[in-house]
Every structure is written in structure tokens, then in C-alpha cells.
Write a new protein. Structure first.
Lengths: 276, 185
């Protein structure tokens, strides 16, 4: 069960050199823009921009290909589902109907629908490179420090740090338990029927949860002994001071945010309509 | 330590809980066929943690766990559903005091209370909030996202009803009941 997951990739690049706080704020700005706008021009610009940043970061496509493939598959299914459930959504949004060709009355293919689905796909394409980059270029410990820096209480930031620290451990526990249960003849794979499969899943989940509850006990005792949470503030080993490049990046992103919001909402509608 | 701050145990529970949520959500969920919806065992676990550690822990485990799971396995968090996971965990956690699982008693009355609250919480979350946010943020067709919400929500209700209740019963059994010690003569 060697399932790959995204994790920090240590490398020397301008993106890696940015502090975690800068990257976190930029990522939040980026996803807010992508969530708010449906303006094709903005989306295309953001997409191209994030490709450039990706190249600068020196992260190889090969290293994140598994996740990209998965997302492409998901997007394809999602697009199909949108078409099946609402083949005239685009017509509804853009208010015109340019018929390309007819399959049946309901499933007539229109230019508007294709354009709408292109926009849906673009919306994902703008966020995905940014999100992946944020994950692979930010050191997990620095990430927790950054959360604290942008105003989240250090207790909650520390929980996030704990979660990131223990995901690999719990994954290993899960694998061990699942292997030993399989050795006893309990099958969780596709070959088993659904109700049986769920019952078998429980026989892995219960030991995993009980051992995790024990872990909580042990870790909280250790933290208690070290006096965690005694003071109002805490310092972070991984926190780094701002450099000039951080300030410049933040200004650039704030600028992009303002421009995108202006372009998107200046005509009172978040869709860009080329059909008018 | 002041009362309104999170206790160390809650902080650790949030951290480890989120990690377990991530792993269960990724490895112990069984796809249903409708895109983006799974028979997701992690919600049974979320319900357990919410009842044991309270609403704040429940809400944050849902929020952090779901966001991390989406981020490290699927590349990007799907915010509208992440928010709902947090909401469901928080709402189920509200009955933590009433159920008082540490007492070691988990009788029929408490089972019914737990299941009523989980069904109400998930109905609001998956049938209403998640699809509405999808329409608002991603402008996806309403009938598609509401169907996704109903399938996912329904499955999650069943998961929590079966697995959540089972886990709570097991957890309650592992607590020592008050008055369980008998003085020997």
C-alpha cells in the first residue's frame, strides 16, 4: 500500500526562500481570488502566472505527477457529471444560446455550456499549482509558526503541527494493523462484498483508534511535563524574519488581488460574458 | 491555566485526531460511484472524538483533518466541504456533556440522543450548507451538487450511526464506571 502523498521537498529556490508566512498569505489570497472570480481573463492570467511560479520553484513535474493525474481524472468525471445533470447551465448563466449540434433536445451542445465548463476547469487549474507549490515548498514546522504569526492562537497552530508530524506515524500504524488483520484472513479489498467490507474495515479502525487514544495520553503528559501552554506566547524554532523579497511578494499579491476583484466586479457580474 | 483556554489534552486530541481523520479518510473509505462521494469511515471517528473531547475539538478536527487530507492527497482543499466537516464535528460535540461518555454508561437513551443530533447536524451540513456553498463559490449546477450532498450526507449518516455508535460503545466500555468497585469484607 505504497500510496504517495504530497510532502515538503527540500530545495534551493526563490520560492523556498520566502518565509512560510508570506507563502501562507499568498496562498490564501490566491485561493480567495480563484473562489470569487469567474472571469475567464483573470483565470487565464492566474493560471499562466502560477505556471511561471511553478517553474521558478524548481519542483519537477514528475514529483507531483501522481496528484496531477488524480486531479485530472477527478476533473473529467466532475465535468461529465455537470454536463449530465445540467447540460444548459451555460445558457442559463450567459443568457444566450449558440447551438453547435444536437444530440437530443436536452443534451444539445451549446457554445455557452462548453465555455462555462472550460471556466469550471480553469478555476481548478488556477488553484492546483498554487496549492501544490505551497505544500511542497513549505516546511511543516514553519507552517505551524506561520499560522501563529497570522493571528491563530499558538495552541491551535501547535495542533496543526502535531497533525502534520503524526500523519506518517498513523499511516504506518494503519498499514501494520491492516497487514496483520489480512494475515488473519480479513479482506478489505474490492473482492469482498460491500457489507462484509465495511465490517472488515471496522476490525482495522477500532485498534487504530484505541492506539491513537493512548498516543494522545502519552503526548499530552509529555507536553504537560515540559510546561506547554504556561505562557501567553511561544517562540518557534523555524520562524524566520521577513526579507525584502517577502515584502515585495506580498505587495505584488495584494496588487493582483485588487486588480482581479476590480476587473471581475466592475460590470456587476462575476462572469465574463463574450457572447454579448 | 485559565479556564477559557484549551487544555493540553484537547490540543493533542485535535492534532492526533486530525492525523487519524486524514488516514482514515484516505485509506479506509469506500467509493460509492457518485463523483467526490465516499462511504467515509473517518466521520464515525470524528463523531467519537467530538463526543469524547467536546465541540471545539470536534470542530477543529473536522476542519484541520479535512483540509489536510484534501491538501496532501488531492492537491487542493475543497473549502465548501471542509467547512461542513468542521460544522458537523462542532454540532455533535455540543452533546458531549449530556452524553458524558467518561461515566462509562452508554445506554439506549444516550444512543438515541447521539443519533438524533448527528442526523440533524449532518442534514443541515451536507444537504444544505455544502451544496449551497458549492453553488455560491464554484457556481456548479444546483441539481448536481444537491444530489452529491444528499448521497454523501446520507452515507455519512449511516456511517456515523453504525460505526460512531459502535466506537462510542467500545470506548464507554473501556472507562471504569463509578461505583464499579466493591468493598471486600
Amino acid at each position: 500500500m505504497a500510496v504517495e502523498m504530497l510532502s515538503y521537498i527540500d530545495r534551493q529556490s526563490p520560492i523556498h526562500r520566502l518565509t512560510g508566512v508570506t507563502k501562507l498569505i499568498c496562498f490564501l489570497i490566491w485561493s480567495s481570488i480563484a473562489m470569487l472570480t469567474y472571469d475567464t481573463r483573470i483565470l487565464v492570467f492566474l493560471f499562466l502566472f502560477s505556471i511561471c511560479v511553478f517553474i521558478v520553484s524548481k519542483v519537477k513535474l514528475k514529483e507531483v505527477a501522481f496528484v496531477l493525474l488524480f486531479i485530472l481524472l477527478f476533473l473529467m468525471i466532475n465535468n461529465l457529471a455537470i454536463y449530465v445533470f445540467s447540460p444548459q447551465e451555460g445558457v442559463k448563466i450567459y443568457g444566450t444560446s449558440h447551438v453547435l449540434f444536437e444530440i437530443s433536445e436536452r443534451y444539445t451542445i451549446t457554445l455557452e455550456q462548453l465555455f462555462y465548463q472550460l471556466n469550471v476547469t480553469l478555476k481548478y487549474f488556477t488553484v492546483i499549482p498554487a496549492a501544490i507549490l505551497f505544500i511542497v515548498t513549505t516546511n511543516p514546522s514553519e507552517f505551524a509558526a506561520s499560522l501563529n504569526r497570522i493571528g491563530i492562537s499558538y495552541r491551535i497552530s501547535y495542533s496543526v503541527a502535531l497533525a502534520l508530524r503524526y500523519i506518517p506515524d498513523i499511516q504506518r500504524d494503519f498499514r501494520n494493523i491492516s497487514m496483520s488483520q489480512q494475515a488473519r484472513g480479513i479482506d478489505m479489498s474490492r473482492k469482498e462484498k460491500l457489507p462484509k467490507r465495511i465490517k472488515n474495515a471496522a476490525s482495522i479502525i477500532v485498534p487504530l483508534i484505541l492506539s491513537s487514544l493512548d498516543k494522545i495520553e502519552v503526548i499530552s503528559n509529555a507536553m504537560e511535563l515540559r510546561g506547554f501552554g504556561k505562557n501567553k506566547k511561544r517562540t518557534w524554532y523555524r520562524a524566520r524574519p521577513f526579507q525584502k523579497i517577502d515584502v515585495l511578494t506580498l505587495i505584488l499579491f495584494a496588487f493582483i488581488l485588487l486588480v482581479s476583484l476590480y476587473v471581475t466586479f466592475v460590470d456587476g457580474n462575476r462572469f465574463y460574458n463574450p457572447f454579448l | 491555566m485559565k479556564r477559557n483556554q484549551l487544555s493540553i489534552k484537547t490540543i493533542v486530541a485535535i492534532g492526533i485526531g486530525s492525523a487519524v481523520f486524514v488516514i482514515l479518510g484516505r485509506f479506509a473509505s469506500i467509493p460509492t460511484g457518485v463523483p467526490n462521494t465516499n462511504f467515509d469511515t473517518s466521520y464515525g471517528f470524528l463523531a467519537l472524538m467530538a463526543v469524547v473531547f467536546g465541540p471545539i475539538a470536534g470542530g477543529l478536527i473536522g476542519l484541520i483533518g479535512h483540509a489536510l487530507k484534501d491538501a496532501i492527497f488531492y492537491g487542493t482543499p475543497w473549502w465548501s466541504w471542509v467547512v461542513v466537516s468542521g460544522f458537523v464535528g462542532f454540532l455533535i460535540g455540543l452533546v458531549a456533556k449530556k452524553i458524558n461518555i467518561e461515566s462509562g454508561i452508554f445506554n439506549i437513551k444516550k444512543i438515541i440522543l447521539f443519533n438524533v443530533i448527528q442526523i440533524v447536524a449532518q442534514a443541515i451540513g451536507w444537504f444544505l450548507i455544502a451544496p449551497s456553498l458549492d453553488v455560491l463559490i464554484y457556481a456548479e449546477p444546483a441539481n448536481k451538487v444537491y444530489l452529491q450532498g444528499i448521497v454523501a450526507g446520507g452515507l455519512n449518516m449511516v456511517t456515523v450511526a453504525v460505526l460512531g455508535t459502535l466506537l462510542l460503545a467500545i470506548y464507554a466500555k473501556s472507562r471504569s464506571q463509578s461505583g464499579s468497585l466493591i468493598k471486600e469484607d
